[in-house]
Write a protein that binds this ligand. Sequence first.
Ligand code: NAD
Length: 348
Amino acid sequence: MLTPWGFPDFDAHEALHFVTDRATGLRAIIAVHSTHLGPAGGGTRFWHYADDADALTDALRLSRGMSYKNAMAGLPLGGGKAVILANADRSKDEALVAAFGRAVDSLGGQYVTAEDVGMSVADMMTIAGQTRFVAGLPVEGGAVGGDPGPHTSLGVFLGIKAAVRRALGKDSLAGLHLAIQGAGSVAGGVARLAAAEGARLSIADVDAARVERLAAETGATIVPVDALLSTPADVVSPCALGAILTEESIAALDTPIVAGGANNQLATPEDGTRLMERGILYAPDYVINAGGIINVSTEYVKDGGPELVRQRIEAIPGRLEQIWSESAASGRDPAAVADSMAQALIGR
Ligand code: NAD
């Protein structure tokens, strides 16, 4: 019999909770990878999965990723993640979200939730009606909170600048060409910051209206979705989907730098090695995209205000430098170096 302990991505999770609420039809998995550094922090994903095993795999991988991300950002949080198994039409109502909030509450603070794909600020407010173990709530009067997206974008922008300094010896993005995959929340923020510094942009998104709006705002050139990753550019910045760096796509890259905000960019660990073998500088995703969780953590833990958020985001380039230097010294690829650093921080 296959138990969760035998599951390929189990990686010694501290706890795995399977939630059912018959009244609302809620089915959810709350994965707690590590509470070594604090309560397990990570968002809730509302998604329709082809089967339950896919949902479990997603929860386990995302949860471990949060342990690594939170540790590398120096946050007093462990790592966890929840998935709500949506119907095929991905409809949800307040009663279901509230039932999920009660499930989070029943864990007594072992897990703290926030937004992820398919969950909004309004959903977090519904959850907050049931539990205090939630963040990503609307901001009140200069306090820390709200949409994590702009904070993620700022961290990615600063990380791109660090990569440009290291690989190209330049202190500014002025005159450089950035190819950005996506035109959503994170991509949009990166594009605006880079355009303001004088970068030339190419962008792509499957949502035609979205990409046109962002192009009009930033002066970017729109390129076909399937051409974005192979666009000749100074920086390729994946800010849409995961698992886009594969043997095939890496062979087609025409850039010295890959640095973007999307989660889980490498399809397999070997793809980190492939990037290094091609001489491409890679910014490990969970290090460069930590700005959002930095904001969420500071909101939840209440250990500081917007200034602390800013300081923590400004520490992202230094962390990347540390990884790249260690990578250069050891010959291991930056993603593998980051994983080892994160594992040491969470005592694994
Ligand atoms: P979003 O939904 O606002 O934007 C994603 C965009 O990607 C959408 O516009 C979508 O149409 C586009 N897209 C989908 N498939 C595409 C394709 N094949 N080619 C090009 N574009 C495509 O989401 P977001 O919040 O901007 O998140 C983007 C990525 O960053 C995700 O991987 C997310 O997990 C990651 N991330 C986000 C945050 C945050 O604070 N929002 C934090 C950390 C990581």
